[in-house]
Ligand binder design. Sequence first.
Ligand code: NAP
Length: 255
Amino acid sequence: MTGRSAGRVALVTGGARGIGAATAERLAEDGAAIAIGDLDGAGAERLAAEIAKRYGVPAFGCKANVALGEEVEHLVGEAAHRLGSLDILVNNAGITRDNLVHKMSEADFDDVLRVHLKGAFLCSRAAQREMVKRNWGRIINLSSASALGNRGQTNYSAAKAGLQGMARTLAIELGRFGITVNAVAPGFIDTEMTRATALRLGRDPEEYKAERAKAIPVGRAGVPRDVANLIAFLASEEASFVSGQVIYVAGGPRG
Ligand code: NAP
């Protein structure tokens, strides 16, 4: 297998669909073996089988809730055991529970922070053990343009801003072990997540996307591969001097 990530093993959380799925495919295209953990275990298995067939790399998928320590330890252990190491972690799993602050429940606040922030912490803590052993690693957190503030997203924007701080801190702690840690912050990307947002607002998803695109300097909504392309670079050897950074992928200065 050739490609800039040949011989590496990548774990993508929430990789059964959307940005995570595009990232798993993109890293496989670069030659990495792929592990996918998702709440949707059947979807993760299905995509892993497709990736193995299409790109000729080892791949497996399984059910894993990133917010549960035991499931994360199992997922990381399986990735290292079945694929031989764990070199690249993409903390992508995410949910939204949007509401204006006066209507936001405590559960909706907790759930969003638990999946994004605690999930990324648990996965990074488990994965860095494998990376330190080999003195090489890449951790990439999915932040969001919402980290800069977004109406109806007190929980989500706090979590996404937190993921930026976590990336910077992990970059400082883990740099000496050959591990870089960065955050990518997408703007509006056309996925199930943004389609669900449109429906919740009572909007037609295609009309909503077209309206959002008008405010994006490059004149279109993002697609998952736009984000995956940047992640693939950050995961590569070429990016070894880029660490602790937040890179917006928003078709302009913000999404
Ligand atoms: P998506 O289509 O909703 O996909 C998210 C995936 O994460 C789903 O497969 C979901 O599984 C999985 N997931 C949710 N909770 C999980 C958990 N506790 N453990 C494991 N997997 C879990 O979302 P997306 O748009 O691709 O977003 C991917 C990431 O990018 C998220 O972190 C999101 O916040 C971020 N992002 C997205 C946008 C955008 O415009 N789309 C912009 C900025 C940032 P189920 O299908 O079973 O729920």
